[in-house]
Design a protein. Structure first.
Length: 239
């Protein structure tokens, strides 16, 4: 299955080769045709999952830890994962088979392109963006996936009352996203029902949500904890 990026210039990832384990290689060869697909037209989720359950999208799923956790916990939900990193795709494919998960499908491509080109408006009950690359250097900030253009796209794709869940271990990025969310009137905090403005600047963590049941502690979060980073969850609802 070929990965064919469009000619959009600034991307939120750099495609690295990345070592594949034997298991991941085998999974990519044998299981991609079963659980992954390369859309060429608007995706029909009812047809894809053979049911009309709600669909939760995980953008940049890494090695798929969050999807593996949530897909077992919520069998009545369909999970679509979009990731460019092939070893991670291989890892998730292996787990899908080992655990016999029937509610997970994968696209190996750029999530921004896929949302724009192939995911219908108001078709996603939740969009999860966990630990997106923080792009620490100032000159790289333009690569951060979460910006106003991307948020406009998300607004279109979520169902009414759909959830947007962003989590990060990089406080400056999380505060930037919190500010961005506060400027968007269509978003309210799922926990408080209020707009998620940072009211007390001396307590930067005060308005973040506790980790909910659908998000496990992933490898990236554990790495952040070792570096003494905090974790910042923003869980919003589309009004
Ligand atoms: C820091 S990792 C986090 C992985 C995972 N969400 C977690 O919490 O463990 C960010 C991931 O996002 C992926 N990524 C970044 N931009 C992407 C895009 N536009 N489309 C698909 N995947 C993307 C990267 O390849 C990388 O695996």
């Amino acid at each position: 299955m070929k990965f064919e990026p469009t000619d959009r210039q600034i991307r939120s990832f750099v495609l690295r080769k990345g070592k594949m384990t034997t298991g991941q290689k085998k999974a990519v060869e044998e299981l991609m045709p079963l659980f992954a697909f390369n859309p060429t037209t608007w995706i029909d989720f009812n047809q894809l999952f053979e049911n009309n359950n709600p669909v939760w999208l995980d953008i940049g799923f890494g090695n798929g830890e969050s999807i593996i956790h949530a897909a077992q916990k919520y069998p009545e939900v369909n999970f679509l994962g979009i990731e460019v990193h092939l070893p991670g795709v291989g890892h998730l494919l292996m787990s899908i088979q080992e655990l016999g998960l029937t509610n997970v499908r994968i696209i190996r491509n750029d999530a921004v392109d896929m949302l724009t080109l192939f995911i219908k408006d108001e078709s996603l009950a939740a969009i999860h963006i966990f630990f997106p690359d923080p792009w620490h250097k100032k000159r790289h900030h333009k690569r951060r996936i979460m910006n106003q253009n991307f948020l406009d796209l998300i607004q279109k794709k979520l169902t009414k009352d759909g959830r947007l869940h962003y989590a990060s271990d990089w406080e400056p990025y999380a505060l930037e996203v919190q500010e961005l969310f506060a400027k968007n009137n269509w978003l309210v905090s799922q926990t408080t029902g209020q707009k998620n403005e940072q009211t007390d600047k001396s307590q930067p963590n005060s308005n973040f949500a506790p980790r909910p049941e659908w998000r496990p502690v992933t490898k990236f979060e554990r790495r952040g904890q070792r570096l003494e980073h905090g974790t910042y969850d923003l869980i919003m609802r589309k009004t």
